[in-house]
Design a protein around this ligand. Structure first.
Ligand code: TRP
Length: 452
């Protein structure tokens, strides 16, 4: 039988379920399991979760639908999509591809750490892990980073339905089940309720600019927004799909998994008397100590790190896919060649980022930031919010809400009750909210306040 990938060079999802699993696979990743719990831990717990939920509701869903509809309408990846809609906006797609490229370079280094932790928990030596010594090494972390990129290469090279969709359909349901198992274990520990309270009871007095900024950046990162990733995934959707349903489903799942991850990690941290504001080390330093004190700790550690690995992998393939789609759509490269080329260059930059934590830690790219942090900061805190803000401006003010809504309703054949609300959110609320947070984060808001 002829596969869908053969019919068009670009490929296509085989079903709505396939798209949802792939999009959820992209969104659910290290952002949920690694970043969300530690950000919540160091930004006041419930207060952070509260702000996060509001931003998902107002900005997250809005931009998700915006990206998916642009992709489905143009049937092209980030760069091609903007180019087709308005030649003058092509660079915005380019900015997205650049962001994806930068994110994957450090993301895949962390992906390598996760594989290392998985191996350690199978072999029962997780307790001996010295995280600091491991990640500052020059050989081992780069080797694991290479393994992680190779697995990405194999999946992305296999194409949309045969590679990305198939991998996501297996890994995502497994991930849901594994999350529940580890969460039950964690919630039944003595003293777990302290962690639950910490995560769910908001203390509004701790909400300030930095909490809001952390939450906004995290919404973009976790929902894979702001760089055309969902444009690219949307471009493999058929014209008869219901965009509203799909773009409600995956942010809901992503948010649910972030909360479940918080309910898995923080109760365990509290039960064993660790500090929730440990920061990035929460997953790699605190958690292994927690597992080592738990009955059957190695077993749960193995399930847990396998889950983290699945999540990281299905996200990384979406980042690689954005850069590959660029070469396929714009330069007519075949998928094999494009995937090889991108994997190789990303491997090299990632290797530099990894060395930047060790022997190259004296090299700073952005002031005071090593290579790894510079990549993360430039992409996550600047390019993603900027890309999301400009996309909402593009849809709301240039391409036009009428065109957008015609696409969402499949030329008026599907109902879209919330069209006016969505239009208001994407035209006014999203760009203004992002701009304010962005100006605040770069310190520009203070400069402007002084001017007036
Ligand atoms: N959302 C993923 C996570 O939470 C990471 C990711 C995949 C991403 N694709 C993206 C982040 C595109 C920003 C943009 O781990």
């Amino acid at each position: 039988m002829e596969s869908l990938d053969d019919k068009s060079k670009r490929g296509r999802w085989t079903s709505t379920f396939g798209f949802i699993m792939a999009a959820a696979g992209s969104q659910i990743g290290l952002g949920n399991l690694w970043k969300f719990p530690y950000l919540a831990g160091s930004n006041g717990g419930g207060a952070f979760v509260f702000v996060y939920l509001i931003i998902v509701l107002l900005v997250g869903f809005t931009l998700m639908l915006g990206e998916v509809l642009i992709g489905r309408h143009t049937q092209l990846g980030a760069v091609g999509a903007y180019k087709k809609l308005s030649e003058r906006w092509t660079w915005l797609g380019g900015l997205g591809v650049l962001a994806g490229f930068l994110i994957l370079s450090f993301y895949s280094v962390v992906g390598g750490w996760v594989i290392n932790y998985m191996v350690r928990s199978i072999t029962g030596i997780l307790g001996t892990a010295d995280f600091g010594a491991f990640i500052t090494g020059s050989v081992e972390p780069i080797l694991y980073h290479a393994i992680f990129m190779l697995i990405n290469l194999v999946i992305v090279m296999a194409g949309i339905s045969g590679g990305i969709e198939r991998a996501s359909k297996i890994m995502m349901p497994a991930l849901f089940i594994m999350t529940i198992i580890v969460m039950i274990r964690s919630l039944t520990l003595d003293g777990a309720m302290e962690g639950v309270k910490f995560l769910l009871a908001p203390n509004f007095s701790v909400i300030d600019g930095s909490v809001i900024l952390a939450a906004l950046g995290q919404v973009f990162f976790s929902l894979s927004l702001g760089m055309g990733c969902m444009i690219t995934y949307g471009s493999y959707l058929g014209k008869d799909e219901n965009l509203v349903k799909s773009s409600l489903a995956t942010p809901l799942m992503d948010t649910a998994i972030a909360i479940l991850a918080g309910l898995t990690i923080l109760p365990a941290v509290f039960a064993f008397g660790f500090d929730p504001s440990e920061g990035p080390g929460l997953l790699f330093v605190t958690l292994p100590s927690v597992f080592s004190k738990m009955p059957f700790g190695n077993f749960f550690a193995f399930i847990f790190f396998t889950l983290v690995f699945f999540a990281a992998l299905t996200s990384a393939i979406s980042l690689l896919e954005v850069t590959v789609a660029y070469l396929v759509d714009q330069f007519n490269w075949n998928r094999k060649k494009a995937t090889f080329a991108m994997t190789f260059v990303i491997f090299l930059i990632g290797a530099a980022a990894s060395l930047g934590l060790g022997i190259w830690d004296h090299i700073t790219v952005l002031p005071g930031k090593d290579i790894f942090d510079s990549l993360d900061f430039t992409a996550s805190n600047i390019l993603l919010p900027l890309g999301g803000m400009l996309m909402s401006i593009f849809i709301g003010w240039f391409w036009g809400l009428d065109n957008a809504i015609r696409e969402v309703t499949n030329e008026g054949t599907l109902p879209f009750k919330f069209a006016p609300v969505w239009g208001f959110l994407i035209k006014y609320v999203a760009p203004i909210a992002i701009a304010l947070v962005f100006l605040e984060s770069t310190g520009l808001l203070n400069v402007i306040k002084k001017l007036f």
